[in-house]
Ligand binder design. Structure first.
Ligand code: 4GY
Length: 245
């Protein structure tokens, strides 16, 4: 996969690509990335990229010409040209999986009051929101998207880092994790995890996943098809915990 980032603040991405799992995936050629400064495509001698909004109002708008030129400079036949905006489709793991199968992502990061809408209407293929809040620019959203997509690329995660989506917990909240010591500040690790009884451990984990999902994200249970065993466990959870909803 190739990722091109169009931004006014390319330096913001330095730490993402030098540190951690994403940095390692880059070093291992799991993907390639290129940060392009939209200002490099400014037409005038003062390198201006913003202007006053037609119709009045506060703030400034990113001019269309430098953004268009930046897009033309990187776009290929099959590029997804993604604008990060609170007006976009709300991002989730399903979209991350879909994007991880693409050959080329172009991430367009806006600033000020936004980008001239003619760019969005005519040259952007996807508008994506990472959640219902407003940031000062699209860079952090682009980082969220990159992190969540790159970890799905073949070879990005080590064996020990393999991800939950692979298992049948898919679509449920994760069960709780514990490590040594067995007792910490008087708080003990659940006995079943020390029992060595793999069947019981598996049952406990399913129970925990279903319980957390029922209490915190019941909307996820609506979407998911449960096995007969899971349905049985869930009905017991409902009897025990409906008072905590
Ligand atoms: N929420 N999801 C988001 C955002 C900042 C003005 C357009 C979000 O994705 N991006 O808040 N972006 C704005 C800032 C220009 C982008």
């Amino acid at each position: 996969m190739r990722i091109d980032i169009l931004t006014l603040f390319p330096e913001m991405f330095n730490s993402v690509f030098s540190e951690s799992i994403i940095g390692r995936a880059l070093k291992n050629n799991i993907f390639t990335v290129n940060c392009i400064n939209i200002r490099d495509f400014s037409e005038d001698k003062h390198k201006r990229v913003d202007d006053y909004p037609y119709g009045g109002g506060p703030g400034m708008v990113l001019k269309p010409e430098p953004v268009f030129k930046a897009i033309q400079n990187v776009r290929k036949e099959n590029s997804r040209i993604i604008f990060l905006t609170p007006k976009g489709k709300v991002y989730n793991q399903k979209i991350a999986k879909e994007l991880s199968k693409e050959e080329h992502l172009v991430l367009l990061c806006g600033h000020y009051e936004g980008i001239d809408n003619r760019i969005i209407e005519n040259y952007v293929t996807d508008e994506i929101s990472i959640g219902d809040y407003v940031l000062t620019g699209g860079e952090i959203s682009a980082m969220v998207l990159i992190d969540s997509v790159v970890r799905l690329l073949p070879g990005a995660l080590g064996k020990k880092e393999s991800y939950m989506e692979e298992s049948h917990y898919n679509g449920l909240l994760e069960y709780p994790q514990y490590t040594r010591p067995r007792e910490f500040n008087g708080h003990k690790v659940p006995d079943v995890l020390l029992s060595g009884n793999h069947k019981e451990i598996e049952k406990w984990r399913i129970y925990q996943s279903l319980k957390y999902t029922y209490l915190r994200r019941p909307d996820l249970l609506e979407k998911k098809e449960l096995t007969k065993e899971e349905e049985e466990i869930l009905s017991k959870i409902k009897l025990n915990f409906s008072n905590e909803l």
